[in-house]
Design a protein. Structure first.
Lengths: 186, 250, 253
């Protein structure tokens, strides 16, 4: 595969991952009192599967498309308002989170232990920015913001990190832009 | 899952349709940011302006409400959390100081959302992409053209992925996935096949792009910044100035 | 036979996948301008791999492909401009968010100016009867409309040769007729067409030539009436009307 084809495939991966992340906002698995929304798990996976650089690009274009007013928030959630709104802080961290997760995971040689650590760091970053943002935009106290914007999601976070570790292991062989890819053709 | 109900571009000839996409985006960022400043005069003026522009662009009010209904529920929730406090004796009480401020905050947020929808409904996606290239051109280390391509692909594949995710969820429910309570299992069961299915498209997509001579250096739509654009920008800036001078926040 | 040089020339083309499978084995084929060729073969016989060589998506490891006398290897971009390809899965071929944007994608890549693009997009969409849908997002189209959009996306680049991979798969009867009529109209306009299919009866009547592939080799090549009787030997269902003519009723034990 020549360099331009490789780059094109990386671009396609980044675009598809961004689209998956957008869709992830509308996929909720109904377990427990708070349904688990998959979006921030997809952000972690962007870092694990695409690596730091392309993970950053992928989440960057998701955020950028939203800010520019493109219809990336399907299904009745009011477009750009999501970025200015109370949950905007979480969304804006996505590029940095994907980069961080990808970076740590690469340094750790894609081992499960470092992957899990990377994702924990990523989640911490999301909430470290998202919760104060929530408090600031709505004018509620920080304690209240923690109570509604962090605590209910903690169990879900652990489940997501565990699931993402599994999924990344299963997906990685497919993500390598392999020379075998021609095989599927007849 | 609510599939494919979002409002897309609808062709027309209203004032908003004729504005340069860059003007609309700058306005969205400027006025959107300012809306959160909780200035009642500005919010009032903006509401009137948006109602007028929306009416002229033939945006249906009911369609709009339907479009943002989840966001409205969400805002109602935020409002409740903000205003209602739990006192020492485990009774709920309403915080009167917060009430007025919360109303202004919600008003501003709803306006931002409406602005976003107006932008979406009156602007071609290809024009938004061209504007993106224009905005990113001065940014160093960023290849604005490949970013525009990726953004285009993302918007193209979003509905397709949404549809496939819904189809997969149905297929799994048909085989009794609801009986499995282990959340870890449910999450992996859903995500892995979805990701595999989507990423397997990469090779086909790369071939399809190359077959049509894909290059970064492509013809872009022409954007025209006209006198009306300048006029509207000034008008909004004046609105902001007047609002600040009348209602100055401490 | 004609004396004019072929528009598309494949000589001694071989291609081996990285796992060692020989996908194409010494394929030599010439295509004359204006010819409608149907390419058949069982799954894995190398049809798609061959098509992908004809416009430089795959490069010859051995042998050569020439489009209008120019080697694809030397100038893949020129080959891709001359040779348009309609893929089997229209959904992964359509890259534009709206019908118009998708058709404009090719001409935009060729760096044509806006007016020319507008003109060619309009012409291509009118040809396939989708001009009314130009502003619609591409995902709302039906299966048949998507396939026609994929054809329009290629036509807007004004190719002389069109390759179509399984253009009849997954279509209901009316869409199938539309796509077939589209193909015949393009043939009438003088385009050179190479079509792969498993459903031979839908197009063979109009073809000048039938090429049969098996295990990466061309095993039969000739006028449809001369080749069609031998098809079942290569794992290909012969056209229903031919089976009926032999007194057999297709798809019954």
């Amino acid at each position: 595969m020549d360099a331009s084809t490789l780059r094109l495939k990386c671009m396609i991966h980044a675009a598809l991952m961004a689209a998956l992340t957008a869709v992830g906002a509308y996929i909720a698995i109904p377990v427990g009192p708070v349904p688990i929304v998959l979006q921030n798990m997809f952000v972690l996976l962007a870092g694990l599967l695409l690596g730091s650089r392309w993970g950053l690009v992928s989440m960057g274009i998701y955020v950028l498309a939203g800010i520019m007013g493109l219809p990336v928030f399907a299904g009745g959630t009011g477009g750009v308002g999501r970025f200015f709104g109370p949950t905007g802080g979480y969304l804006l961290t996505y590029p940095a989170v994907a980069y961080l997760v990808g970076f740590i995971s690469e340094k750790g040689g894609h081992r499960v232990v470092t992957d899990v650590f990377a994702m924990m760091a990523g989640m911490a970053l999301t909430y470290a920015v998202g919760v104060p943002w929530l408090a600031m935009v709505t004018g509620m106290s920080l304690t209240k913001a923690v109570a509604v914007g962090l605590i209910p999601f903690i169990p879900g976070c652990f489940i997501k990190v565990a699931a993402a570790a599994f999924i990344a292991r299963a997906m990685r062989p497919l993500m390598i832009l392999s020379p075998h890819s021609e095989l599927s053709r007849n | 899952m609510d599939t494919l109900t979002f409002m897309g571009f609808s062709p027309g000839d209203s004032l908003l349709h004729r504005l340069d996409p860059r003007t609309k985006q700058i306005l969205l960022i400027l006025a959107g940011g300012f809306c959160l400043n909780k200035n009642p005069l500005f919010l009032g003026l903006m509401t009137l302006a948006l109602a007028g522009a929306g009416h002229q662009a033939r945006l249906s009010f009911f369609r709009l409400i339907k479009e943002i209904r989840y966001f409205l529920f969400f805002l109602a929730g935020v409002f409740a959390v903000r205003v209602i406090t739990l006192s020492d004796h485990w009774t709920l009480s309403v915080d009167p100081d917060g009430l007025q401020e919360s109303v202004l905050m919600l008003w501003g947020l709803v306006l931002v959302v409406v602005m976003g929808i107006l932008l979406m409904v009156t602007t071609r996606i290809s024009h938004i992409r061209a504007a993106l290239v224009w905005f990113l051109a001065p940014v160093p280390f960023v290849n604005e053209r490949s970013i525009a391509t990726m953004v285009g692909l993302m918007v193209r594949f979003l509905p397709l992925i949404l549809f496939q995710a819904a189809e997969m969820a149905d297929a799994q429910r048909a085989r009794g996935i609801d009986h499995r309570k282990n959340p870890l299992y449910r999450l992996s069961c859903f995500t892995f096949p979805l990701f595999r299915r989507i990423f397997l498209k990469t090779d086909d997509l790369a071939a399809a792009l190359q077959a049509r001579c894909y290059t970064d250096n492509r013809t872009l739509p022409q954007l025209v910044f006209s006198r009306i654009d300048a006029l509207i920008l000034w008008a909004v800036l004046v609105m902001m100035g007047v609002s600040i001078s009348v209602f100055s926040h401490p | 036979m004609t004396q004019t040089p072929p528009i598309l020339r494949v000589s001694h083309l071989s291609h081996r996948f990285s796992d060692g499978t020989l996908a194409l084995d010494q394929v030599t084929l010439d295509f004359q301008a204006g010819e409608l060729t149907v390419l058949v073969g069982a799954n894995g016989s190398g049809k798609t791999t061959l098509l992908r060589h004809l416009n430089g998506l795959l490069m010859p490891q051995c042998g050569d492909v020439e489009v209008c006398g120019v080697s694809v290897q030397k100038n893949p971009k020129a080959a891709r401009k001359r040779v348009g390809m309609v893929f089997q899965d229209a959904d992964s071929q359509i890259v534009g968010e709206t019908v118009y944007d998708d058709v404009a994608f090719g001409p935009e890549n060729l760096k044509l100016n806006r007016d020319t693009i507008e003109h060619q997009v309009r012409a291509a969409l009118s040809t396939v009867g989708l001009w009314d849908m130009a502003e619609k997002p591409s995902y709302v189209l039906s299966g048949g409309q998507k396939r026609r959009l994929a054809i329009a996306g290629v036509l807007a680049m004004k190719p002389e040769i069109l390759l179509m991979d399984e253009p009849f798969s997954n279509l209901d009867y009316p869409s199938l007729c539309q796509v077939r009529d589209q193909i015949l109209a393009l043939h009438q306009d003088g385009h050179t067409l190479v079509i792969t299919t498993h459903e031979l009866e839908k197009i063979v009547h109009y073809a000048q030539r039938l090429v049969v592939m098996e295990k990466g080799r061309v095993v039969r090549d000739g006028a449809p009436q001369d080749v069609a009787h031998a098809l079942e030997r290569y794992g290909i269902c012969s056209p229903c009307f031919m089976q009926a003519a032999c007194g057999r009723s297709p798809w019954t034990p």
